[in-house]
Design a protein around this ligand. Structure first.
Ligand code: MG
Length: 224
């Protein structure tokens, strides 16, 4: 394999932001009469807000959510999230990014998030690694993960083929999306789900943390 690009998911990979996202989703949904558990938010991670809200509404209200309802819930979720202390950078991400950049590989971000606050944080906290044109967010694709479209757009923007890239993902649906795009997908289990849930989603290989991936990066590359 001639590796040319690494496509990173953002939440739960570059930032340890999933615990906050989960809490804020649960609180925002409950305010609008939708029950959601933190575990569900981890299982749905990667979907667009609209897709996730629709699933909850169909299950609990017996109908799809309207665009206005989704916007209201999402606005509340973002308000709660932005009121929280900033989520920390994921330990290990810096050293992995430094290795990838030193090797001259392209780096892209493919996220289901569209929150301006988090996208802006990429530049502030990981200065010099991410070009704005190599960031794919929920605003760029009609269908979010587990659809392959976000990762296919990531390949297109980096100008590499599926067999010249790897994906780094923490969520089962993100893993599914990476594999559906035909890309070797590395799972990092940075959250509360079982390893099996990431492996069953199709992960080619699994690391228990970003630090472990950073430490094992050279060995992984030589095995590819
Ligand atoms: Mg994620």
């Amino acid at each position: 394999m001639q590796l040319k690009a690494v496509l990173f998911d953002m939440d739960g990979v570059l930032f340890d932001s999933m615990p906050l996202h989960a809490k804020c989703w649960v609180a925002a949904c409950s305010k609008f009469g939708l029950k959601a558990t933190e575990r569900q938010t981890y299982l749905h991670e990667g979907r667009t807000a609209f897709a996730t809200m629709n699933i909850f509404a169909l299950e609990q209200w017996g109908r799809e959510a309207t665009e206005e309802e989704v916007e209201e819930i999402y606005r509340e979720k973002c308000r709660l999230f932005n009121d929280c202390k900033e989520a920390p950078k994921m330990p290990g991400a810096d050293s992995l990014l430094a290795k990838i950049k030193a090797a001259g590989l392209k780096i892209a971000v493919v996220t289901g998030s569209g929150q301006a606050s988090l996208l802006g944080r990429l530049e502030r906290h990981y200065s010099g690694y991410f070009l704005p044109e190599l960031i794919v967010s929920s605003k760029d694709c009609k269908y979010g993960k587990p659809n392959p479209d976000p990762y296919l757009l990531g390949l297109e923007r980096t100008g590499v083929e599926a067999d010249e890239a790897v994906v780094v993902e923490n969520a089962p649906l993100g893993v599914e999306a990476g594999r559906a795009a035909g890309i070797f997908t590395i799972a990092v289990n940075t959250g509360p789900l079982a390893d099996k849930e990431l492996l069953d989603a199709g992960a080619n290989v699994l690391f228990p943390s970003m630090q472990a991936l950073a430490d094992g990066w050279e060995d992984l590359l030589s095995s590819l």
